[in-house]
Design a protein around this ligand. Structure first.
Ligand code: NAP
Length: 259
């Protein structure tokens, strides 16, 4: 299916690896020019070169911490006028609800709620003026089904979900479509770290921890970055113009609910 977005320009945040990279790849495969971001310059430059070479699109790379005001300013400066925004950042660390301080919450809210809000505030008015735009926020399956050790994530991402529920309906009449994608378990560095944490907590090997977590996924494996990217590209497509303010769960069927 031609997604009808060839020649559009996208900003994909936190995209040198993992799910962000999967989204960047899937958009590039549709002919979308990219600005990608991550903190580490080396991996980011390698990813940018690789995507540009394989898909024949323009890929600009901005090394910056997207969760800081300066970082966002640097990224937005290069991005300029964009048609598509994919919001992403690293997730908060795991822990126990008894231990999290006010500062821990502020960091999580900054990274996984306020950064996405700031980038939408910066980019969506231009999309409205031009009468076309797509925003995808990468949140988490934890929005539908909380993960106790990731309470900081549960809290921040639920806040973003509430913001998007209202804001997406305000901008839809201008051709700007805003949705969230909720990843379940995907094979990325983040999942690998969490497997390591679970292994330590349960006194088992990382492989055993992974096997246990995989057993809870009806598809029988972790998702891949490309699985995730495909969903993102669709929500950025022309065809997605009547899908507004939704929370698409991409979890291989893990959440056991009827609706
Ligand atoms: P990942 O494999 O660790 O990749 C994270 C990417 O984001 C890297 O390119 C990293 O590069 C970049 N990044 C991290 N913090 C950044 C920052 N402050 N500013 C700019 N770039 C940043 O993580 P992932 O698995 O793709 O996860 C992406 C998001 O989805 C996270 O918020 C995660 O919590 C959430 N999520 C993931 C899963 C899963 O199973 N993978 C499930 C649910 C939710 P640098 O380190 O160089 O900056």
């Amino acid at each position: 299916m031609d997604l009808g977005i060839r020649g559009k320009r996208a900003l994909v945040c936190a995209a040198s690896k993992g799910l962000g990279r999967g989204c960047a790849e899937a958009l590039a495969a549709e002919g979308v020019d990219l600005v990608i971001n991550a903190r580490g310059q080396e991996a980011l430059s390698k990813t940018a070169e690789d995507i540009a070479q394989r898909h024949g699109v323009s890929v600009e790379a901005v090394a910056a911490d997207i969760t800081t005001e300066d970082g966002r300013a640097a990224v937005l400066d290069v991005a300029g006028q964009i048609d598509i925004l994919v919001n992403n950042a690293g997730g908060p660390p795991p822990g126990n609800w008894r231990d999290w301080s006010r500062d821990d919450f502020i960091k999580a809210l900054d990274a996984n709620l306020l950064t996405a809000v700031a980038l939408m505030q910066a980019c969506v008015p231009g999309m409205i003026d031009r009468g076309w735009g797509r925003v995808v926020n990468i949140t988490s399956a934890a929005v539908r089904s909380p993960i106790p050790i990731l309470g900081l994530s549960n809290t921040a991402r639920t806040g973003l979900t509430g913001f998007v529920a209202g804001m997406s309906r305000d901008v839809a009449k201008h051709g700007v479509i805003v949705n969230n994608i909720l990843p379940g378990l995907h094979a990325t560095d983040r999942a690998d770290n969490l497997d390591g944490g679970a292994a330590k907590a349960e006194g088992i090997t990382k492989e055993e921890a992974r096997a246990r977590r995989q057993a809870g996924i009806p598809v029988g494996r972790y998702g891949s970055a490309m699985d995730f990217g495909a969903a993102c590209a669709f929500l950025c497509s022309q065809q997605a113009q009547f899908i507004v303010g939704q929370n698409l769960l991409v979890d291989g069927g893990t959440l056991n609910v009827t609706m």
